[in-house]
Design a protein around this ligand. Structure first.
Ligand code: F6P
Length: 345
């Protein structure tokens, strides 16, 4: 069989491990894996890369994606016919599409409306894809953020400072809650729960009153700046713009919150924005294993002809679900936040 592999949307650590797992599984069984460049754009333009034992070598620890990525939307770009022709002309028997929620929706449509033999594999540092417990990339992002919080602890302690750490996660607080709990944060703000600046400031003051002269506050980029006094809730954006999927561009809540905390508590405050550092670099062993299991499962599904489905992790089991069930955004487990709160103050 000829099996194409593409990666779409924002990159994350572990994409190459999936490509390797699909590719090596295929070669071992006499099938032909092909890398499709820059997501569905490469398929529409018939731009590929050979996946052989050489190009598939050294991929486990490698961040990013060797086949490149893009947010190309075939329906918006009127490229569906070109994709169908490419399938035909280049003899693809299946394509494995690795991406987030939007890629799963594009993949679902191409499968249902155009009959293409496609399988989805969920990825993202945000861990917000519905239908799977975890996406690869998330563990690495949490580890990067936890390391940063650990480092900020020692400098915060030395200078009696409040440290605000802004993490990614788009419209969910997965990275913030997990890194906040792992790093022992003194406050965690996420999009799912409105937390007022007044209450965070009061928590910082309370800590000082009981002899703790520093605080670490973790804030997710999508958290709203919320005021108890006025009831105002404000989404902070670096520019008033949307990304290619129509989501608001996020970033800046750390600086806004830091300013408020310094003004309200009188304690010197510094802000660290982790940004794309959370997305780059080598995947953790947990992400490499998850990505490898996802890739192996995707290959097995190709062989079994189980198209129109997304590979998924349920508990410790790798399984799959129909692509039409991948709708909306998976919000964070609030029980973990509640546990984290025991250590605030
Ligand atoms: O979805 C992954 C993510 O890193 C989000 O956490 C973040 O909001 C967004 O992508 C950033 O996108 P870009 O790379 O386009 O700036």
């Amino acid at each position: 069989m000829k099996i194409g592999v593409l990666t779409a949307g924002g990159d994350c650590p572990g994409l190459n491990a999936v490509i390797r797992a699909v590719g090596r599984s295929a070669i071992a069984r006499g099938d032909e894996p092909v890398g499709i460049l820059r997501a569905y754009e490469g398929l529409a333009k018939r731009e590929y890369m050979e996946l052989d034992m050489r190009t598939l070598g050294g991929l486990l620890p490698l961040g990013g994606t060797i086949v490149g990525t893009s947010s190309f939307e075939p329906h918006r770009e009127q490229a569906v016919e070109a994709i169908k022709s490419a399938f035909e002309a280049d003899g693809f028997d299946a394509v494995v599409a690795i991406g987030g929620e939007h890629t799963m929706e594009i993949t679902r449509r191409l499968h249902v409306e155009d009959g293409l033999p496609l399988i989805g594999v969920p990825k993202t540092i945000d861990n917000d894809v519905v239908g799977t417990d975890y996406t690869f990339g998330f563990d690495t992002a949490v580890q990067v953020a936890t390391d940063a919080i650990d480092r900020l602890h020692t400098t915060a302690q030395s200078h009696d400072r409040v440290m605000v750490v802004e993490v990614m996660g788009r419209n969910t607080g997965w990275i913030a809650v997990h890194a906040g709990v792992a790093g022992g944060a003194d406050g965690i703000l996420i999009p799912e729960v409105a937390t007022s600046v007044e209450s965070v400031a009061a928590g910082v003051v309370k800590r000082h009153e009981r002899g703790k002269s520093f605080s670490i506050i973790v804030v997710a980029e999508g958290a709203m700046l919320t005021y108890e006094e006025t009831g105002e809730q404000r989404l902070i954006q670096p520019v008033d713009a949307e990304d290619e999927y129509g989501y608001p561009r996020l970033g800046g809540i750390g600086a806004a919150l830091g300013e408020e905390l310094e003004r309200r508590t009188g304690f010197e405050t510094r802000v660290t924005v982790l940004g794309h550092v959370q997305r780059g670099g080598t995947p953790t062993s947990t992400d490499r294993i998850l990505a490898t299991r996802y890739g192996a499962q995707a290959y097995d599904m190709v062989k079994a002809g189980e198209f129109g489905r997304m590979v998924a992790l349920h508990g410790s089991e790798i399984t799959s679900i129909p692509l039409e069930r991948v709708k909306g955004v998976k919000t964070v487990d609030l029980e973990l936040l509640e546990i984290g709160k025991r250590f605030f103050g």
